[in-house]
Structure formats: structure tokens, C-alpha cells
Design a protein around this ligand. Structure first.
Ligand SMILES: C[S@@+](CC[C@H](N)C(=O)[O-])C[C@H]1O[C@@H](n2cnc3c(N)ncnc32)[C@H](O)[C@@H]1O
Length: 180
């Protein structure tokens, strides 16, 4: 997948959203750059990952390709406390499949979202993992996980075939209420 594919996958989830976003497991920034592109010059993105080297590459590419976007990186484990926000949106692309209980992480994300704030998830459409993707969850199962974390029913916004585990989908859900 290239930048245009990343943009296409998440576009409908970002359209019309405000600018403050948190990304969990941003890695080298493939989807951070898509988000920066879609949000435009007012983007304010906090990109979190436990891999500092990956975040350094993300910043270098972000500054080169989208200079002027407010891009903050945070080396952290997303199973621990998350930045308080408030955020207008959160993105987790190919990262929640590293945790056995994604609903717990999603509930924490929701606490930092404004009412109506978006959650975009990009995942393999599979419920059986392997050593590289230990805990994927299908679009069907994401509906239950999102509900357990207090989100609205997710809507699928994109899908690409994948030789690895069949397909990758993108889905968006919203936070129906504000922080507790
Ligand atoms: C497969 S990469 C995906 C990177 C990027 N989102 C993308 O789609 O290209 C997964 C990323 O999640 C990060 N990650 C996995 N578990 C994490 C955790 N518990 N806390 C923070 N980052 C984590 C890894 O360090 C890695 O950069």
C-alpha cells in the first residue's frame, strides 16, 4: 500500500472532523501522514508508539512531506495511561492486534474524546492470529468490541484485499458522550 491507499482507506472517517487527533501505535507514520494530509494545515496530531526509532522516522517524513503540521510524538505503551486530550479523533492502524483486550484500550481512548469524537480502526479482517498478528479482530467482532468500550456502532469505510489474513478494513465509530 502507498500513501494514496492509506488516504483512501481512512478518508471517510476523517472528513469533516476537527483537528486534534491521537494515534496509537503510529510506527513509522504511514497512517499519520495520511491523517496529516486529510486534516490539512490545522492538523494537531499526537503520534504515540513504544518504538522511539520508528517515531524519529515518522517526524523526519512528516516534516519533509507536510511541513507546518503540528506533529507531536510520545514514546509510551498504549496499555498504560493515555494523554488526557481532549481529542477530536483517535486512530489505531494495525496496532490493536497486539493486545488481547482491545476494549480496555478503546475505553481509555473514549475518555479522551470530545462528544461526537471519532475512532478509526484499521485491522485485519480475521479473528485468528499468528505470531506476527497475535490478536486480530474482524469487522464483525469490532462491532461488539466498540460497543463494550462505549462507542457507537462502527461503520466500515474502507477495505483492501491482503494476501496476509485475507483483507484489511477501516471502520469509524463515534463517542456518543463526553469524558466522565
Ligand atoms: C504493525 S505496526 C503499525 C504501524 C502503523 N500504524 C502502520 O499501520 O503502518 C504496529 C505498531 O504498534 C506499536 N505497538 C504495538 N504495541 C504497542 C503498545 N502496547 N504500545 C505502544 N505501541 C505499540 C509497535 O511498536 C508498532 O510500531
Amino acid at each position: 500500500m502507498d500513501h494514496a491507499d492509506h488516504v483512501r482507506l481512512i478518508r471517510d472517517g476523517v472528513a469533516g472532523a476537527r483537528s486534534r487527533w491521537l494515534e496509537l501505535g503510529a510506527g513509522e507514520g504511514a497512517f499519520t501522514l495520511a491523517l496529516a494530509d486529510l486534516l490539512g494545515p490545522t492538523a494537531r496530531i499526537t503520534a504515540l508508539d513504544r518504538d522511539q526509532a520508528a517515531l524519529r522516522r515518522l517526524v523526519a517524513d512528516g516534516n519533509r512531506l507536510f511541513p507546518g503540521r503540528a506533529l507531536t510524538t510520545l514514546r509510551a505503551d498504549f496499555r498504560d495511561a493515555l494523554p488526557a486530550g481532549p481529542f477530536d479523533g483517535a486512530l489505531a492502524a494495525n496496532s490493536l492486534h497486539f493486545v488481547a483486550d482491545p476494549a480496555a484500550v478503546l475505553a481509555q481512548i473514549r475518555d479522551g474524546l470530545v462528544p461526537g469524537g471519532r475512532l478509526i480502526v484499521v485491522e485485519y479482517d480475521a479473528d485468528r492470529g499468528n505470531r506476527w498478528v497475535p490478536h486480530p479482530f474482524s469487522m464483525a467482532r469490532f462491532r461488539a468490541i466498540a460497543a463494550a468500550a462505549g462507542f457507537s456502532q462502527p461503520v466500515e469505510i474502507g477495505r483492501v484485499p491482503s494476501r496476509f489474513l485475507g483483507a484489511i478494513y477501516a471502520a469509524v465509530a463515534t463517542n456518543p458522550s463526553g469524558p466522565a
